[in-house]
Design a protein. Structure first.
Length: 439
């Protein structure tokens, strides 16, 4: 009985084995057809050696593109947009260059994402991280060609990264307890960051601005307290650090030019007539008196809205949207400074540094947190009028004002922010790395 059962099991096994060999090509064809049905019409599939080589080629091409911008002797790239304006940008910032590329290669996109993450987390080193990753892939290509398994290469790279990190940590210098030496270290870090930028000719001046701004944070890591604005005119050395918040707007006609002990309401609300916001809507009237009644009703509604705002006990109103003539007159009659059409980034930063909230409704004054500062006044920078907020609640808030000719404005913004970000990271870590060129 046992012999018969064993023979029966063996025959069944042989049957399925033979069927597997016979049906294998058919199953492969079925799987291939299934994949084609899953993929979109314009999609393609690459695998094996071809996919690996495509990844290597794409990543190395990205590296070769940006590595010429690296270092003090790095060259700038001229980027021309494909939009209607054909805007031209001159930069050597790795993140800016890589963001402007239209890439289809997956490995190249990974390098671009690495550069973006570096920019978000650190603020500098966007070119270096892309070049380093590309060179590691270039060496990995040689190892793969010698039949070394990719997982073995990855394991080796991880071990090398740990060894490199340990070696670097052995050379760190911690001068955080000595304020003078720590500030000197920050100055050297800032000048190193600016060495490859267009500001390298005045790097001591701009390094001092960046260090002073970061030192004002007093241990905080919130860079929103540091504002950078650009005003054409003057020379590079005319750039300065202002201890306060500067809003790039003008004070309107008939508005108070100076307010002490300001109570500020920051808002994002419509201050025009509340007309029907429906496409194609219209109002039919049979006489001009009806038109006057409609206009009167709109004015009365706006008057009520302004009175609700005034009821908050404020003397300064900053709005993200436009403030039309009628509500502006009402604010001026009440002795309230009304600032209109402030950019969204500007009002968010203003709300932060003054300690207020951004309001959109005004029915409950007790639920709205107002901002405060000691003085609001109009100042002149070059030929432009701006609004200066001093003595804000966030005492470490400051503004770096960059001056130069118009064609350098875009480059200057890109140069200062990486420097400030690097200094913030140094403040967080509390130590710096002693290498050639830093000391």
């Amino acid at each position: 009985m046992c012999f018969v059962l064993c023979c029966w099991i063996r025959d069944i096994y042989c049957f399925f084995l033979i069927q597997g060999f016979i049906c294998a090509p058919r199953l492969k064809l079925v799987f291939s057809m299934a994949i084609e049905k899953i993929l979109k019409d314009d999609a393609s599939e690459e695998k094996g050696e071809r996919a690996r080589m495509a990844s290597f080629v794409g990543a190395i091409a990205i590296t070769d593109l940006v590595k010429t911008t690296l270092g003090p002797k790095g060259m700038d790239k001229i980027l021309q947009s494909t939009g209607r304006g054909h805007e031209v940008t001159v930069t050597n910032d790795g993140a800016t260059i890589l963001k402007s590329l239209h890439i289809d290669n997956p490995a190249a996109k990974v390098l671009i994402d690495i550069s973006k993450v570096q920019d978000d987390e650190v603020g500098d080193g966007t070119t270096s991280v892309a070049v380093l990753a590309g060179e590691l892939l270039r060496e990995a290509e040689k190892l793969v060609a010698t039949k070394i398994h990719p997982m073995t290469i990855i394991s080796g790279y991880r071990m090398a990264a740990e060894c490199a990190r340990d070696a670097l940590l052995q050379r760190v210098v911690d001068n955080k307890e000595n304020a003078e030496k720590f500030k000197t270290d920050l100055m050297k870090i800032a000048m190193t960051t600016l060495s490859s930028k267009i500001l390298s000719q005045d790097k001591e001046h701009f390094a001092q601005l960046a260090v002073d701004a970061v030192m004002r944070l007093k241990g905080s890591t919130n860079l929103e307290a540091i504002q950078i604005i650009k005003k054409p005119g003057g020379s590079l050395k005319d750039s300065f650090l202002d201890e306060g918040f500067i809003l790039d707007k003008k004070i309107g006609v008939g508005q108070p030019k100076r307010i002490e002990n300001a109570k500020i309401l920051v808002a994002n609300t419509a201050m025009d007539t509340d007309k029907v916001k429906i496409y194609g809507a219209r109002v039919r009237v049979d006489s001009m008196s009806k038109v006057a009644e409609i206009e009167g009703a709109e004015k009365e509604k706006m008057r009520e809205k302004v009175q609700k705002i005034i009821a908050h006990g404020i003397n300064c109103f900053v709005n993200r949207q436009l403030i039309y003539n009628f509500p502006e007159e009402l604010f001026a009659d009440a002795g309230i400074l009304a600032i209109e059409h402030a950019d969204f980034d500007g009002i968010e930063r203003l709300a932060l540094v003054t300690g207020g909230d951004i309001a959109s409704t005004f029915d409950n004054p007790e639920s709205v947190k107002l901002g405060h500062c000691k003085l609001i006044e109009e100042i002149m920078i070059g030929e432009d009028k701006l609004i200066h907020f001093s003595g804000v609640e966030m005492g470490q808030a400051c503004t770096i004002v960059l001056r130069a000719i118009m064609c350098l404005m875009k480059l200057k913004g890109l140069c200062m922010m990486p420097c400030v970000c690097c200094l913030r990271q140094s403040m967080i870590l509390g130590y710096c790395l002693e290498v050639d060129g830093l000391r």
